[in-house]
Design a protein around this ligand. Structure first.
Ligand code: ZN
Length: 479
């Protein structure tokens, strides 16, 4: 079966065909690391993870890049003009830290969080401040082509010189001009031109450039990092719905203006996210982080499941009640799997083969239809109901193993660690955990029990529990 994805660029569901046969190049707009990412952010990152896992299920290799923004993202980011303060610098001021300290701290926190939520590790996580040169190269190229212009105070992109502007969001220059008037600076050719390089006194993070000391605009960062690691043409670019305009519209203009090639072929966006019916905002005090929820006793995989379980193109309302229901859904799956594992003897089921075939077809069909996880899971739940009934009558080990094997496959995509009560294999561990477990194994082989135990204790104090099994050590996160 073929995968269809809804492409924001064409506003249609399209058959997914990558540029190269085997490898899919995917860029995900990542976090701006000025505070803990909230669960609305994680919904978009999880969608990217689900898409990656589904592409891998279908036999593609996915080269996935997710950026870390640590400069230039302003507090007012929903208009072309942008404004306010650099998010990182504002956070630094409030916390009495340097911008670098803030970015480092929350980047680490981000990696901890995505580890807990079991996101697959991307090929690379480039940081904006490490790529100033690459950004400057694109800006210089745009200036040379006359698509950007210098003014006192920086460099602007000339929207009037890029006819494709507005293709993604519908905000063409004509429409923007007809819309409400925007405050403008006298030096701009057009009030809707956006900044590529900004000179501003008082901005803490600054770099030398041919256009004076300054810092890059937020949009140019993603163009530069995507092009550096994935080339001028990529298959998929993802983000949240609020990234469509101006961020992604501007990324297209800069990248295509510079390279003359189509930047990304499929644009996939996750819809808005609400908590108890309201948009999350600091002023409402309803900004939820993974840490808040874990502190209240929710397991990361319950949150992972809940965030994935609504189709990504539907608005999602996150409620306490839905968390309870996520818990019981996972428990229901765990109970079934545990019953299947503990089967001793029984007769062969006549209908199981047919059920499994139907479930697999429904699951794949749902996922292929624009990652429609609710539809895909309906097929899985139907199988669960049938198998639960069959279990009452008695099943044999072979049948049980067939069902378990199907769930193992499905969980490659769901990433819930089903059937292991949260236990994960060494391959699923972050590198530093892998290294420590490896060292401990060496000590155990050398009968250096004290050293082995001290590594186990160290991991435990970091919230990682180890268990030795016949097949080797396994691990899970606790607390
Ligand atoms: Zn971006």
């Amino acid at each position: 079966m073929v995968l269809k994805l809804h492409n924001t660029l064409t506003k249609k569901k399209e058959i997914f065909k990558p540029l190269s046969n085997k490898e899919v190049r995917m860029y995900n707009c990542g976090p701006t690391c000025y505070s803990y990412a909230h669960i609305g952010n994680f919904r978009a990152f999880l969608m990217a993870d689900l898409l990656r896992r589904w592409l891998e299920w279908k036999g593609f290799q996915v080269k996935q890049v997710m950026n870390i923004t640590d400069v230039g993202h302003m507090t007012v980011d929903d208009s072309l003009e942008g404004g306010g303060e650099d998010k990182i610098e504002k956070s630094a001021r409030e916390r009495g830290m340097s911008p670098e300290e803030v970015a480092d701290f929350y980047t680490m926190a981000f990696f901890e969080d995505i580890g807990k939520l079991n996101l697959k590790k991307a090929y690379f996580y480039p940081r904006a401040t490490d790529h100033i040169e690459e950004m400057q190269r694109i800006i210089a190229g745009l200036l040379k082509k006359g698509i950007a212009y210098r003014v006192k105070g920086g460099v602007y992109f000339d929207i009037g010189k890029f006819p494709g502007y507005g293709r993604l969001s519908g905000n063409t220059l004509k429409k923007l001009q007809a819309g409400k008037r925007v405050p403008t600076r006298a030096e701009k050719k057009n009030p809707h031109d956006f900044a590529l390089w900004i000179q501003k006194e008082g901005h803490l993070m600054q770099w030398d450039s041919p256009w004076g000391r300054g810092y890059p605009g937020w949009h140019i960062e993603c163009s530069a990092m995507s092009m550096k690691y994935l080339g001028p043409e990529i298959d998929i670019h993802t983000g949240g719905e609020d990234n469509i305009f101006p961020h992604h519209e501007c990324e297209i203009a800069q990248s295509e203006g510079f390279s003359g090639k189509q930047f990304a072929r499929y644009w996939v966006h996750t819809r808005h996210f609400f908590v108890e019916g309201k948009k999350m905002s600091k002023s409402l005090g309803n900004v939820l982080t993974l840490r808040d929820l874990v502190a209240k006793g929710w397991e990361p995989r319950e949150i992972r499941w809940l965030l994935l379980s609504a189709h990504y193109r539907k608005k999602m309302n996150f409620t306490e009640r839905s968390l309870h229901s996520a818990r019981s859904t996972i428990q229901g799956m765990e109970n079934l799997l545990s019953n299947l594992r503990n089967i001793q003897r029984g007769s062969q089921s006549k209908r199981l083969k047919g059920w499994l075939k139907k479930a697999r077809k429904g699951w794949e069909g749902g996922m292929d239809d624009d990652l429609n996880l609710p539809t895909a899971m309906a097929a899985v739940f139907e199988l669960m109901t049938s198998v639960n009934k069959e279990l009452e009558k008695g099943m044999n080990k072979k049948d049980a193993e067939d069902v378990l094997s199907f769930f193992r496959d499905v969980d490659q995509v769901l990433g819930l660690g089903l059937g292991s009560s949260g236990w994960l294999s060494l391959a699923e561990a972050p590198q530093e955990v892998k290294d420590l477990i490896g060292q401990r194994e060496m000590h155990r082989k050398g009968k250096e029990w004290d050293k082995a135990d001290s590594i186990r204790d160290q991991l435990k104090s970091d919230g990682i529990l180890l268990e030795d099994t016949k097949k080797g050590p396994r691990w899970k996160r606790v607390g």
